[in-house]
Design a protein around this ligand. Structure first.
Ligand code: ADP
Ligand code: MG
Length: 246
């Protein structure tokens, strides 16, 4: 059995002459939580977006289940049903209800019938505590509620891997907890996740593996004990000193 569900090899990305990712290499074990930390502008989002095929990598390979998804013949929508993404800004469809938001991927991409799609969507909306809001429109919800719907929508595709790009950064402080609590539950259940976050306590508590990025490279990676307890690189030490509240 292959242990790494995602393998990133020599990934690079440039926007014109601006090189934002340089020779990124890491693997993600099935059932693990990998968190990616680093200052704003270090390339974290670009890396996740490359893995989700929202940006076209300039070079390297991204293997999903052993297959390089950067090669021709990969259908992005189908691939994203396996490797889904949750965004900082939720990206819900404003003109659709909560329930419709959670059904559309199943009916359009997976071609699941409406009845089954509704049943699956309800299951995951219940899981994130949003079942009472199925007929609401996104504008009627708080940020925390919107993000819980976005997570239910992603889960309804029954993905293999979920990518999270700062899922709590757009939320008022009192709503951060409700989203992190759901992510903790998903981690406990063994969902494979790659999480870009500024929530250091969460990263330390939930991750199996932590990656610290700066200026488009992985500076240091290791267990949460290594990275938070015994960082080796001066850039890691400086970053952590800056972001961890004392
Ligand atoms: P992070 O998520 O760590 O804050 P990003 O991946 O968003 O970092 O950005 C890394 C760098 O790539 C930044 O310098 C940013 O300006 C640049 N960048 C990101 N997206 C684009 C884009 N679409 N076009 C040009 N430059 C971009
Ligand atoms: Mg970002």
């Amino acid at each position: 059995m292959r242990s790494n569900v995602i393998e990133v090899r020599h990934l690079s990305k440039a926007f014109g002459t601006n090189v934002v990712l340089k020779d990124i290499n890491f693997g993600v074990a099935r059932g693990s939580v990998t968190t990616v930390i680093g200052a704003s502008g270090s390339g974290k989002s670009t890396m996740l977006r490359c893995i989700n095929l929202l940006e076209k990598a300039t070079g390297g390979e991204i293997l999903y289940d052993g297959e390089n998804i950067l090669e021709k013949g990969v259908n992005p929508a189908e691939y994203r049903s396996k490797v889904g993404m949750v965004f900082q800004s939720f990206n819900l469809f404003d003109n659709m209800t909560v329930l419709e938001n959670c059904m559309i991927g199943m009916t359009k991409v997976l071609r699941i019938g409406k009845d089954e799609a509704r049943k699956n969507a309800m299951y995951y909306l219940e899981k994130v505590g949003m079942a009472p809001y199925i007929n609401a429109k996104p504008r009627q919800l708080s940020g925390g509620q919107k993000q819980r719907v976005a997570i239910a929508r992603a889960l309804a595709m029954e993905p293999d891997v979920l990518l999270f790009d700062e899922p709590t950064s757009a939320l008022d402080p009192q709503m951060v907890g409700e989203v992190l609590q759901i992510m903790r539950m998903l981690a406990r259940e063994g969902l494979t996740m790659i999480v870009v976050t500024h929530e250091m306590a969460f990263a330390r508590e939930v991750s199996n593996h932590v990656i610290f990025m700066a200026n488009g490279v992985i500076v240091e990676e290791g267990s949460p004990e290594d990275i938070f307890g015994n960082p080796k690189d001066s850039r890691t030490k400086e970053f952590l000193a800056r972001v961890i509240e004392r």
